[in-house]
Design a protein around this ligand. Structure first.
Ligand code: FAS
Ligand code: PHB
Length: 388
């Protein structure tokens, strides 16, 4: 088969790219390793920047988000006895949308199905060939048959463990990584959120985050040692620890209940440069990973896809400049969002191995944040999303 663009990966990056390209008349196919049910069973991000919301609306898949999502004008940061409300709306004029990544993925799949966009699920052994020529192709096996996609360009939207980044020669790639000495234990429960906005809590026992999906679906996280296993944590133990890490006025109103999902995710900062080589263009987690403290993972995937879709559309219209500039353009925003995610993680997590000096630096940073509108504005403009 032949398509103008072969997209590897059917997560938010690949699906959104397919939709944006098809809206502009560019023909794309998506190859996804997993079943649709598996992809839709993953619980991940919850905060959408305004930029991502605007893209979804323009692409015609924002209706359910606007109906069911929650607009948040701020967030609460509490640590070392100090609590500060960051008022996004007042400080930046922008808000964020609370709407699960799973729902975004659902909406994208539904629209791509409606317009008949080709998606292969359970596409196995995907391999990229001749990416450094003007006739690249991708092979994969599907339902026991070997298939081939001849294409003009390959979009690597296959996440951190995908095949695309690894198809760029090691001699070309420069990878930057910082692994954090802890993970996040996440729980999803049919309980009401503990507050109207998200609560980021730094505590000497460890970081905690109280988030939500709707008025009766909460998503909470605890910083846990890398040695912890999810089976080490009963629901009761999770809730008891979360209460210990919250300010007393929140701990006493926290409603607990049985978990419907519980998992531990490791935290890392990772960026691979360049984000393009030959006819391969990387977008989203295939190129970079951020610690979720800044709620940037999904939102960076969106800005990558926005840049890449515009560049490919222009390329097929005869103007190759945006495509030539894609890697540099995307990386400029990736590095700034990675810095923000790293700084939020450093400010709010426990790093026992780094001793008392860092703890005092963290306390001073939260104290400065609480008393400086300039500091709050800097945090707010990064959290709501820097301009594309
Ligand atoms: P994804 O990893 O979502 O999608 C890649 C797709 O490619 C997958 O469906 C995979 O099956 C497929 N694939 C992989 N290899 C393939 C191959 N060889 N062939 C074909 N297909 C292949 N971000 C936040 O902002 N907030 C959060 O709270 C948050 N929590 C997270 C929790 C976890 C456990 C993880 C792993 C990530 C989390 N993230 C969070 C980040 C996450 O939301 C990503 O940024 C987002 O999924 C990026 O989307 P994609 O780039 O599409 O990558
Ligand atoms: C979530 O709701 O899953 C979430 C929200 C904000 C974050 C990370 C995760 O920073």
């Amino acid at each position: 088969m032949r398509h103008q663009v072969c997209i590897i990966g059917g997560g938010p990056s690949g699906l959104l790219l397919s939709l944006l390209l098809r809206r502009a008349g560019v023909d794309a196919v998506v190859l996804e390793r997993r079943s649709r049910d598996y992809v839709l069973s993953r619980i991940r991000a919850g905060v959408l920047e305004q930029g991502l919301c605007d893209i979804l609306r323009q692409a015609g898949v924002g209706t359910r988000m606007d109906r069911e999502g929650f607009v948040h004008d701020g967030t609460i940061i509490t640590a070392h006895g100090t609590t500060v409300h960051i008022d996004f709306k007042k400080l930046t004029g922008k808000s964020v949308m609370i709407y699960g990544q799973t729902e975004v993925t659902h909406d994208l799949y539904d629209e791509l199905d409606r317009i008949g966009a080709p998606i292969f699920h359970e596409a196995e052994d995907v391999a990229i060939h001749d990416a450094d020529t003007d006739a690249p192709y991708v092979t994969f096996s599907h339902q026991g048959q070997t298939r081939r996609v001849d294409c003009d360009y390959i979009a690597g939207c296959d996440g951190f463990h995908g095949v695309s980044r690894r198809s760029i020669p090691e001699s070309v790639r420069r990878e930057f990584e910082h692994v954090y000495p802890f993970g996040w234990l996440g729980i999803l429960a049919h309980t009401p959120p503990v507050a109207d906005e998200l609560v980021y809590s730094g505590h000497e026992r460890g970081f905690a985050l109280c988030s939500m999906r709707n008025a009766n679906l909460s998503r909470h996280y605890l910083q846990v040692p890398l040695t912890d296993k999810v089976e080490d944590w009963s629901d009761e133990a999770f809730w008891a620890e979360l209460k210990r890490r919250l300010p007393p006025h929140l701990a006493e109103i926290l409603v607990t209940g049985p978990s419907i999902e519980k998992s531990i995710a490791p935290l890392r900062s990772f960026i691979s440069e360049p984000m393009s080589w030959g006819r391969i263009y990387l977008a989203g987690d295939a190129a970079h990973i951020v610690p979720p403290t800044g709620a940037k993972g999904l939102n960076l995937a969106a800005s990558d896809v926005w840049y890449l879709s515009r560049a490919l559309i222009a390329q097929f219209a005869g103007d190759g400049q945006l495509l030539q500039d894609y890697s540099a353009t995307a990386l400029a925003r990736v590095w700034k969002a990675s810095r923000f995610s790293w700084s939020m993680t450093r400010m709010l997590h426990e790093f026992p191995a780094e001793g008392e000096f860092l703890a005092r630096m963290q306390a001073a940073e939260v104290d400065y944040l609480a008393h400086s509108e300039a500091a709050q504005t800097a945090l707010a403009e990064n959290y709501v999303g820097l301009p594309y």
